[in-house]
Design a protein. Structure first.
Length: 94
């Protein structure tokens, strides 16, 4: 979605959902493995995301086991945040 405020550049709002690891409704094995690289998210964007991965940067209650199992995806997301200078609004306090 694009928002066109007066006297300001357009702002893009993007929604991203990543299916959680485990079993889908059809009993298929799913894998938490997604990639935000490739430039498909425009500049000046608010990205609303349910990544279904856990890391202490945004989930202070994440267990060590969960963090280990999601490590590759978390590192990929953290790298994307750093490369794009994005700001994570969920700081893990909720």
């Amino acid at each position: 979605m694009r928002i066109f405020p007066e006297k300001a550049p357009a702002l893009n709002v993007c929604a991203v959902y990543n299916t959680p690891s485990g079993k889908s409704a059809k009993k298929e094995t799913t894998k938490t493995d997604f990639d935000l690289s490739g430039g498909w998210i425009p500049q000046r964007a608010v990205v609303c995301m349910d990544a279904n991965i856990h890391h202490r940067s945004w989930d202070q209650h994440a267990s060590e086991g969960t963090i280990k199992s999601h490590n590759r995806c978390c590192q990929r997301l953290l790298r994307w945040v750093a490369e794009t200078k994005a700001k994570v609004l969920n700081d893990g306090s909720i």
